[in-house]
Design a protein around this ligand. Structure first.
Ligand code: UDP
Length: 240
């Protein structure tokens, strides 16, 4: 296990999948899970790290799932987009209750509830150590919040995308279904494409690759994993 005494990141874009927010429930927001994640984020904020946040909405609605049930795909994605705003508002509230100044910026206007996204304003807030939650994905259907994370990560000049999931990192196959799945500690963008590994959807991944934005996939449910990454420990899988 390697460690650096200096922090290798100054500003990170943390992407959390919606599923992480639902805890053991099948649907919705588990406030205790939210509180636990907020405590993990607080640990790295105390180190002076600037944090941008993108939250998915797999715990509420995903466009692809709704469209399989017969909802028009575009409308289904709009429902997914709105769900990310719901998650972001819940997250902001818990962050604020833990005395963490946090703004929600949405890609679509939601007057009276949160600000509209503006990259210069976002950079300004982040530079002042205020957490910014980027809600409503890219604002367009047919994309995912992974694309939003890469987009906002590039726009705000973040050093890395930290993709917090329920699994430890990237495996050759789904470790829940295949006991012999290989775990990767380090991968190149090329490896991911060649081995057809599921890191994120291709448009999101290409965006990160084309802009040389490293991605680290890790288990955010593992206590202090985020803190350990910032401290320079090997945690999860690094793709660069
Ligand atoms: N979505 C979208 N455009 C975006 C981001 C999200 O249409 O730019 C919709 C899409 O329907 C997606 C849902 O919002 O399924 C939730 O996002 P995602 O699937 O990325 O959530 P996660 O899997 O990270 O919880």
């Amino acid at each position: 296990m390697s460690t650096n005494t200096k922090f290798i990141y100054r500003r990170v874009l943390l992407k959390i999948s919606g599923e992480v927010l639902q805890g053991v429930n099948k649907f919705g927001i588990d406030i205790n899970s939210l509180k636990r994640i907020v405590k993990e984020i607080k640990l790295v904020l105390k180190l002076g790290i600037q944090v941008g946040l993108v939250i998915g909405s797999g715990n509420l609605f995903r466009g692809s799932t709704l469209s399989q049930l017969g909802v028009n795909r575009i409308a289904a994605d709009h429902i997914g987009i709105l769900s990310t705003i719901i998650n972001s508002l819940a997250m902001r509230d818990i962050m604020n209750s833990h005395s963490i100044p946090t703004y929600v910026m949405s890609s679509i206007p939601v007057n009276g509830i949160c600000e509209i996204y503006h990259y210069e304003r976002a950079i300004d807030l982040l530079s002042n150590n205020i957490v910014v939650i980027f809600a409503a994905g890219t604002g367009n259907p047919l994309f995912t919040t992974d694309s939003a994370a890469c987009l906002r990560g590039i726009e705000t000049k973040s050093d890395i995308i930290l993709k917090g999931t329920k699994v430890d990192g990237v495996y050759s196959k789904d470790p829940k279904k295949h006991s012999q799945a290989i775990f990767y500690k380090n991968l190149t963008y090329k490896d991911v494409i060649q081995k057809e590994l599921k890191v994120m959807d291709l448009s999101a991944f290409s965006l990160a690759r084309d802009h040389n934005l490293p991605i680290r996939v890790f288990n955010i449910n593992k206590p202090r994993s985020l803190y350990r990454i910032i401290k320079g420990y090997d945690e999860g899988t690094l793709i660069k």
